[in-house]
Write a protein that binds this ligand. Structure first.
Ligand code: FDA
Length: 500
């Protein structure tokens, strides 16, 4: 409520925010989470909370009048369609040189993502975050994060027989035959639920083309794990459909946090300011960086270090698809949750970890799709436009060339050994590489550079960064387990040293 004074305010309810909310409330601290997206708990007219990939409606996208699918073309023809403008669950936020996909709603990215729960290679973690004790991470915080997230492994025997993973087995066999190592990837989607889906004993979700616009069943999203546990303490309040627009020191102490309540059409309903003793920035790499860069430029937090807004990367993301021979079917029924990856990270000339991605259209298309994570050293920064008051990102599509070069080494060889070709019709007319968007925005407020070694913003006691903006642009695998584990490490320290 406008004028309130609260103890701890968390901006955003994704991984960083959910970890913070649970550990603060468990420590006895009343915690208020403010989230710009909706609380996805009410079914629509079709009886479902989320729509699927095949028939996206207004629930799919954040305030757009047409869909903006990552694979926006088929046979080179635009495949997007008109939808109602609504506070949908997936945002494709456009900057001048990149589209950044993000989850919107209570649970953040966990609502829309593929659930792949991957721990980074220890040697690479040590390289990108040299100020963090790796032993503590790998002995304590990664296990803590995996347990609380509900990470589980697929039964390899079931995988070998499952109709819905024909696409993954084909890609695996082709990769192995080309000399590449493959590995199972853990997930937060309940694989035992998926087995029951295939046996037709429960409502289908992963087997009903549900992903990126939400899953109606099976996935252990943050609202069911961390946030549910925080709510059970009785000390959590979550306010959805409120966009935080400003944070500045309050004359009475603490910080004044200004927010706009919005309706489902994005229309402003009310403006509120609350005073918070402590503010935790958990709005994601993009959301947190944009807010802090704008506050620094506007003079509200002018003493923030120059490193704020720097060091953003796309985790080396690039997508690509191959066309298989007519006898190499990928299956009409495809599990929308990936379960396997090609691990070529040890190739010094171009490290690649490529998730074998589904193409769950419900019909046989002979397409093998991949999301490659590469070691792209390119970085960008956030800049405040004094004219418009907007924050842009300096990233240009051409900066993704190192990612393409690395992925091309792997997939050129795969095509050569399999006598197959790239699909050129899915990312644009005659376009092989999906290089102009990312699912993995990272950085902008890097640990031990823009913050201290625990996420505290220097010069502003009581301000903390707890999300993916702390990671330096690249982590080599899908990022949410690392974001969660780092948040666990930092909040433990903050609670013991700053809050007790
Ligand atoms: P996150 O983005 O989760 O949360 C930030 C929250 O803050 C959002 O809910 C947002 O609405 C809110 N917010 C932002 N600005 C705000 C403001 N001003 N006021 C109020 N609220 C605000 N990763 C992985 O490890 N495995 C995977 O399989 C996938 N797959 C995948 C698929 C797709 C389609 C996407 C888009 C992403 C993935 N990811 C993924 C990435 C993963 O989801 C992502 O890295 C994390 O969600 C990031 O966690 P954070 O806590 O940093 O922010």
């Amino acid at each position: 409520v406008d004028g309130d004074h609260v103890n701890a305010l968390v901006i955003g309810s994704g991984y960083g925010g959910a970890v913070t909310a649970l550990r603060l409330t468990q420590a006895g601290i009343t915690t208020n989470v403010v989230e710009m997206g909706m609380a996805w708990n009410t079914p629509g007219p079709d009886g479902k909370i989320f729509c699927n990939m095949l028939r996206p409606d207004q629930r799919s996208y954040w305030l757009r009048t047409s869909t903006d699918q990552p694979l926006g073309y088929f046979l080179g023809i635009p495949a997007n369609k008109a939808i109602g403008k609504y506070t949908g669950v997936l945002d494709s936020e456009r900057f001048s040189g990149v589209r950044v996909y993000q989850g919107r709603g209570v649970g953040g990215g966990s609502l829309v993502n593929g659930g792949m729960a991957v721990q980074p290679l220890r040697s690479y973690f040590e390289e990108v975050l040299p100020s963090v004790d790796p032993k503590a991470m790998y002995d304590t915080y990664f296990p803590r994060a995996n347990a609380a997230l509900g990470v589980n492994y697929i039964d390899p025997a079931w995988f070998e027989a499952a109709e819905c993973y024909r696409y993954a087995r084909l890609s695996r066999n082709q990769a192995n035959a080309s000399g590449y190592r493959t590995t199972f990837v853990p997930n937060v989607y309940d694989f035992t639920y998926m087995a029951r889906e295939q046996a037709d004993t429960v409502p289908r979700s992963a087997l009903a083309s549900e992903v990126i616009y939400g899953n109606n069943h099976g996935k252990r999203t943050l609202d069911k794990t961390y946030l549910a546990a925080a709510a059970a303490t009785g000390r959590l309040s979550v306010t959805s459909q409120h966009v935080v627009t400003a944070v500045k020191p309050a004359p009475a102490g603490g910080y004044a946090v200004t927010m706009t309540q919005i309706g489902t059409g994005g229309d402003p309903v009310a403006r509120k300011t609350v005073r918070a003793d402590r503010v935790f920035f958990a709005a994601g790499s993009i959301g947190t960086s944009k807010l802090l860069v704008a506050m620094k430029a506007a003079g509200a937090l002018s003493g923030l270090p120059d490193a704020v807004g720097q060091g953003w990367g796309n985790n080396g993301n690039v997508m690509v698809a191959r066309a298989n021979h007519i006898w190499d079917t990928t299956g009409a029924l495809q599990a929308s949750m990936p379960a396997m990856g090609i691990d070529n990270w040890s190739d010094a000339a171009g490290p690649v970890f490529a998730e074998i991605a589904p193409f769950p259209t419900g019909v046989e298309l002979w397409v093998s799709l991949y999301l490659a994570i590469t070691r792209n050293p390119q970085r960008a920064r956030f800049v405040f436009d004094t004219g418009t008051g907007a924050v842009d990102l300096t990233w240009q599509t051409a900066q993704n060339q190192p990612a393409i070069d690395a992925a091309k080494r792997v997939f050129d060889r795969l095509n050569a050994t399999q006598f197959t070709v790239y699909r050129r019709d899915l990312f644009g007319p005659n376009k092989i590489w999906g290089d102009d968007f990312t699912y993995h925005p990272l950085g902008g407020c890097i640990l031990n550079q823009a913050t201290d070694n625990w996420g505290r913003l220097p010069g502003f006691p009581g301000l903390y960064v707890v999300d993916g903006s702390l990671l330096p642009g690249n982590i080599g695998v899908n990022p949410f387990v690392t974001i969660t584990a780092l948040a666990e490490r930092n909040i433990e320290k903050i609670i013991t040293t700053d809050l007790s």
